[in-house]
Unconditional design. Structure first.
Length: 185
């Protein structure tokens, strides 16, 4: 379902200048006006639901698993207030980060690049944890913290600041090996 519209657009509109214009072009050119409104309303609703659920989940994780651990005596009203402030802070960070999307030719490449920099600590933990009995919770926590920090730093250095110039597919194995070394140490 995700690939099919792109293939259709490739056949119907071979001279489309940007891949991000596939869905808008297909919707505006092929659907009748009334259906265009329904499809656009559906996209907006799906986006709102996605953002709301992400903010709710992230806020709940931070509030209940981090803040509540350090301050277990918070009242229910205070926990709700912390959750609201966390949601506002996360939304503010997302809005501040949004301009970074323009650094990539398409949204697909952005998602792939972000995954290449963010996922290596999890992959390293999974692989090493399966094959090495001495892997433990403390090592996993340090690997997640340091590995995520290294991935974020490399993303900033390579993508945002352009101090280095190598493809994100090279970053994933480099970061995974670094995370394996962190877990081993």
């Amino acid at each position: 379902m995700i690939v099919l519209p792109g293939i259709c657009a490739l056949l119907l509109f071979p001279k489309l200048p940007r891949p991000d214009m596939v869905y808008p072009k297909l919707i505006l050119e092929l659907l009748p006006p009334g259906l265009v409104g329904l499809v656009v309303a559906g996209f907006i609703a799906a986006t709102m639901v996605s953002v709301a659920s992400m903010l709710n989940s992230a806020s709940t994780l931070i509030t209940m698993d981090v803040v509540k651990q350090f301050k277990p005596d918070l009242s229910d009203v205070q926990v709700v207030q912390v959750g609201r402030w966390t949601t506002a802070a996360l939304l503010g960070m997302a809005v501040a980060w949004a301009p970074q999307l323009q650094l990539f030719p398409s949204l697909w490449q952005y998602l792939q690049a972000v995954l290449a920099y963010a996922v290596p600590p999890v992959v390293a933990l999974f692989l090493v944890g399966m094959f090495w009995r001495r892997a433990n919770a403390n090592g996993a926590a340090v690997t997640m913290l340091l590995g995520s920090a290294c991935g974020f730093a490399l993303f900033l250095i390579n993508v945002v600041l352009h101090w280095t110039h190598f493809h994100f597919l090279y970053a994933a194995p480099i970061l995974t090996l670094l995370d394996v070394a962190i877990l081993y140490v």
